[in-house]
Design a protein. Structure first.
Length: 179
């Protein structure tokens, strides 16, 4: 059974913890006074950020969004779960972005979405800004393999595990290799 929240009254993205140990969440308030906490992985945040940006570009949305007000978000949301899969679409009839989320562990091909919410282009633009900021504050990515670089060292799989030195700064042009 799919819970349909309708058009969201407000939505925002949050993260908790230090880079490398962060937890990610979307908070949603519906127009029907229901609340949802959708817990995700960083990769899901990155995918949502890209998808929202693409939808906004396709509908030629360039307005400056207003801030989301979730001051009345409850301590415990009615719908609180870890997201396994995400579906995204655009409904041209009311110009909303439809976000379908599937609870982790419910991986059947024909499974119905656990929760559906509709977002306005303005809300998507706010999320793009928030998600970009959250993703940008994480650990840097290795330019060779794309994996996150920890503060102490990075063993790059593209260097066959032999490079244990920090990745050289691209701007300095340094070409260190570890043998």
């Amino acid at each position: 059974m799919t819970v349909d929240l309708g058009i969201a009254r407000a939505i925002d993205a949050q993260t908790f913890g230090e880079p490398g140990q962060r937890t990610f969440r979307l908070r949603v308030l519906s127009g029907r006074t229901q609340a949802a906490s959708l817990w995700m992985e960083k990769q899901q945040f990155q995918a949502l950020n890209l998808a929202f940006a693409q939808v906004l570009a396709q509908i030629d949305f360039h307005e400056t969004p207003g801030a989301a007000d979730l001051s009345d978000f409850p301590v415990t949301a009615e719908h609180d779960f870890r997201v396994g899969r995400i579906g995204l679409g655009f409904d041209a009839s009311d110009r909303t972005v439809v976000l379908d989320t599937y609870e982790l562990g419910n991986e059947e091909e024909e499974a119905e979405a656990t929760l559906r919410v509709r977002l306005t282009p303005d809300q998507c633009a706010v999320l793009v800004g928030q998600l970009s900021d959250i993703i940008g504050k994480g650990r840097p990515l290795c330019p060779l393999c794309g994996a996150s670089i920890d503060a102490d060292q990075h063993v790059c799989i593209r260097a066959n595990g032999h490079m244990r030195l920090p990745i050289p700064d691209e701007q300095t042009g340094s070409e260190e290799t570890g043998d």
